[in-house]
Ligand binder design. Structure first.
Ligand SMILES: [Mn+2]
Length: 267
């Protein structure tokens, strides 16, 4: 597949009310029970942020095999922290490639709003295109075939009809398979968002800002050819405060003054 050939999917529009002063973006926390500090960092961040809206752009959870996961253990604690925030501010949750089965029940329990991928955010005089990013990593063809399959309503229904312990087993097997796959790849050839297609999507959305996660390579830079600039691309940071060697986590904050990258403090 070459750049620009993937049609722009039907997008949802989120109009920021005039009362909003600041909007935060985070993504790729990849929460699971083995990352207690990262979960604590999220809870603290949600308690302390002055933002009117927190928009989570995918892969909040490392694995999500159905909204019934929210009732116990680690996931129940995360749900409580999210729900506490969702009662005070606009909490938007977009699913990623890891937690694509997160659905309305979980979102409702968090007092949150499910964000379509893509969503166009109208705020502070800009149209900002929000995506997770996996769909535009066009070189990862095996993954894109998998994505098409598992996003079918029939696949979802069949999978979710299985008992929770079976679904958890499948998730573990998929994660182990994915870890093996990543291990075999040289670090230099990680899949990135196809910029030509991203520019085509920005034009289709009439957006001059693009915000996405997924690649774990945070940066902000102009996008589009120099003679035909399309605007600015902001790639979000992943979070991992349990890493002994490289603890990390960042918030992208949008306001009338522009965009800032802010560190997150785990405790
Ligand atoms: Mn992802």
């Amino acid at each position: 597949m070459t750049g620009g050939t993937l049609p722009f999917p039907a997008a949802q529009t989120l109009n920021a009310p005039p009362s909003w002063r600041c909007i935060d973006f985070v993504s790729d926390l990849h929460l699971h029970a083995g990352l207690p500090r990262t979960a604590q960092a999220l809870a603290r961040y949600l308690r302390e942020t002055p933002a009117d809206a927190v928009l989570i752009l995918g892969d909040l959870f490392e694995a999500w095999v159905g909204d019934d996961m929210r009732h116990t253990g680690f996931e129940a604690d995360c749900t409580a922290a999210l729900a506490d925030a969702g009662k005070r501010l606009y909490l938007g949750i977009m699913v990623g490639n890891r937690d694509f089965l997160l659905g309305q029940e979980m979102v409702g329990a968090c007092h949150a709003h499910l964000l379509n991928d893509p969503t166009i955010l109208n705020a502070f005089g800009h149209r900002t295109l929000l995506i997770h990013g996996d769909e535009l990593c066009l070189t990862d063809e095996a993954y894109l075939r998998f994505r098409t399959e598992v996003r079918q309503p029939s696949w979802r229904q069949t999978f979710l009809a299985q008992p929770l312990h079976k679904r958890l087993l499948v998730a573990r097997q998929m994660r182990e398979g994915s870890a093996k796959h990543q291990h075999q790849q040289a670090p230099a050839i990680w899949a990135d968002v196809d910029e030509a297609t991203a520019v085509a999507w920005m034009r289709a959305a009439q957006a001059d800002v693009l915000v996405h996660g997924h690649t774990h390579h945070p940066k902000s830079h102009p996008i589009g050819a120099p003679e035909a600039p399309a605007g600015t691309r902001h790639v979000l940071s992943d979070w991992d405060f349990d890493s002994p060697t490289h603890p990390r986590g960042e918030v992208l904050r949008l306001s009338a003054q522009g965009v800032a990258r802010l560190p997150v403090f785990p405790r």
